[in-house]
Design a protein around this ligand. Structure first.
Ligand code: PLP
Length: 397
């Protein structure tokens, strides 16, 4: 097997736009006979050089692998980060981020966020000694008031899952710096196509690559992209150490799939956002819909901040139907095109009754449906929504 450096020979042109780099950073053939598509490298072990192992040699796939290196290089490049460290799932990436902290440290998190993060910190890290508070992050002032002298991390998720609350990234990052805290932003819903937190000073950008980065609902993964702030080298070293030691790494094949998916990221996201903007506007005018949560709507609470920090409003829409939980479930199950399924970010439109996917005490309204808009023709998606909403006026069988 070639030495690592030959895998990185294809250095990108720094003048290239992200739309170009996403296709060429990870792999670009240079000599005759090289494949245009990178090879999948399933071997877990690599023959050592005669002089013994060095930082420049491949050795063992838990520590490093060509497909993983290609994926990490591409993710760091499109984010404008100093490094990208990948994991076996989004939650494994969340775990690695919490592991930078020490028992006794305090974390501030948004009051609306992916329920898995809430569960992980409550069920695992409280026992392990982290303290934490959930706070309304639509207000920088409220976060300032909630910070204590033990606060070491401010966790952002904007737009939040599932209520699409918007927080001011620049304001909260500045607050984190003032308080000597690490800022982490879960950018799973936006991807660097829409929102680039590193440019706003965020220390660590988190992805469940299972969602939009993968885009085809066929590969689990997570990533932490490290920014360029003062202590980025230390953060990166900690994360790399945790990745190698704890070993919750993505498989080479999943990395290969994710790198392939990244090639269409910009095209997919632009189509999904255009479809979502049209559908959110129409949902808002539909008599069977009580409320729509989408940052591209003028009357969305966070619209002004969203328009400053997001290039497009995304393709996730939450809405409450006129009716109760049973009514919302009837709508979800009435769809013919939109697939009732959890997760998000795939090319096929999916939706779910969100509260039953979370946990019994979740604050999510019981008549809320979360829709992930795909790349189908928007009129087909809309017609399916209209037909499904009619289920509200039929009695359940
Ligand atoms: N962050 C967000 C915003 C998510 O929506 C999810 C999963 O739905 C995760 C993190 C966790 O990712 P994974 O399911 O890949 O572990």
């Amino acid at each position: 097997m070639d030495q690592k450096k030959t895998q990185h020979h294809n250095s990108p042109e720094s003048s290239w736009h992200r739309e170009t780099r996403v296709l060429h950073d990870g792999w670009h053939p240079e000599s005759a006979g090289e494949p245009v598509v990178p090879s999948w490298e399933p071997s877990t072990i690599f023959r050592h050089p005669s002089g013994g192992l060095s930082a420049d040699s491949w050795s063992y796939t838990r520590l490093d692998n060509p497909n993983r290196a290609q994926l990490e290089k591409t993710l760091a490049g499109i984010e404008g980060g100093s490094d990208a460290v990948t994991f076996a799932s989004g939650m494994a990436a969340v775990q690695a981020a919490f592991h930078i902290l020490a028992p006794g440290d305090h974390v501030l998190l948004p009051d609306d966020l992916y329920h898995g993060v809430r569960n992980l910190i409550r069920d695992q890290y409280a026992r392990w000694g982290l303290t934490f508070d959930f706070v309304d992050m639509t207000s920088v002032e409220k976060v300032r008031e909630a910070a204590t002298e033990r606060t070491r991390m401010i966790w952002l998720e904007t737009p939040s899952n599932p209520m699409l609350k918007i927080s001011d990234i620049a304001g909260l990052t500045a607050l984190a710096k003032e308080n000597n805290c690490i800022s982490v932003l879960d950018n799973t819903w936006s991807t660097p196509v829409i929102q680039r937190p590193v440019e706003q000073g965020v220390d660590i950008v988190l992805y469940s690559t299972t969602k939009f980065i993968g885009g085809h609902s066929d590969a689990l993964g997570g990533a932490l992209v490290v920014g360029n702030s003062g202590n980025h080298t230390e953060i990166s070293a900690e994360l790399r150490k945790f990745q190698a030691q704890a070993g919750s790494v993505p498989s080479p094949f999943d990395c290969w799939l994710l790198l392939r998916s990244l090639k269409t990221l910009y095209a997919r996201i632009k189509t999904q956002c255009a479809n979502a903007q049209l559908i959110a506007g129409r949902l808002r005018g539909h008599h069977a819909v009580e409320k729509v949560y989408y940052p591209g709507l003028q009357d969305h609470e966070g619209q002004e901040i969203a328009s400053r920090q997001m290039d497009m409003p995304g393709s996730m829409i939450s809405f409450q139907v006129r009716g109760d939980m049973a009514a919302a479930l009837r709508v979800v199950n009435a769809a013919g095109l939109i697939i009732p399924a959890t997760s998000l970010g795939g090319v096929e439109s999916t939706w779910e009754h969100r509260k039953t996917s979370e946990y019994a005490e979740s604050p999510t309204p019981e008549n809320l449906i979360r829709l992930s808009v795909g790349i189908e023709h928007p009129e087909d998606i809309w017609q399916d929504i209209v037909r499904s909403l009619e289920a509200l006026f039929h009695k359940s069988g």
